[in-house]
Design a protein around this ligand. Sequence first.
Ligand code: BTN
Length: 250
Amino acid sequence: MNLILLTSVDSTNNYLQELSEKGLAEEGTIVLSLEQSKGKGQRGSDWESKPGFGLYVSILLKPKDWAVEKQYILNKAVAVGVAWYIDSKTDKDVRIKWPNDILIAEKKVAGILIENVIRGEMVSSVVAGIGINLNQNDFTREFETPATSLKIVTGKNFDPETEAVELFREVWKAYCQIIAGESETMEEHYSHYLFKRGERALFIKGEGLFYGVLKSVDSSGAALIEENGRTIRATHPGTRFYLRDKRFRN
Ligand code: BTN
């Protein structure tokens, strides 16, 4: 592990990507910033990154001879590593909400933004950006998935540097498993943590809502959802869980 600690940066993902492009970062480099001025979330959203509240890190992975078709297992491994880390902090129910949000008792505690560099048919490098809600006492903003923090769940305060090292260990452990050829085992870990797997749940697609049962997430990251006796292959964010309005919850 090679830890780079910054007090402030636009985005740890951007910073690590630039270092990597210049050949200045080795695999296993982790960038931790105490705040981000332009923290990036999924689908072009922003990730609030004030100092003292969250953990903002990016980890560089450079799998050798890794074909593009196998890229999604890298996402799954990172999500499992983050889930292992979160699970070590609480006795409450920890889940991975497809595709890769981490929930404690149905509330989002961590988000993951994976940015891959593809060369030809191969994955050349992966910047795994991870944001964890550490010390927030409450959330004023409304999110699609209700939010929580490790502080809310445990009553304790968390030091970003200590947590970054622990988080890295878990993500690295998961990554090493797939590099060692244990992708099947990783699929099992992902499936174990998969939120609402095998349960009836409400999904949103376009303007419409439908009930379905999430069976699994395939090797390209699509969800296989059983609806009225047929299985549909759904991609994110076109189809996603609908968690916000409790009137519609099953
Ligand atoms: C999400 O929208 O759920 C993904 C959030 C990812 C946020 C992290 S914070 C560290 C890293 N740097 C960024 O700019 N984004 C990721």
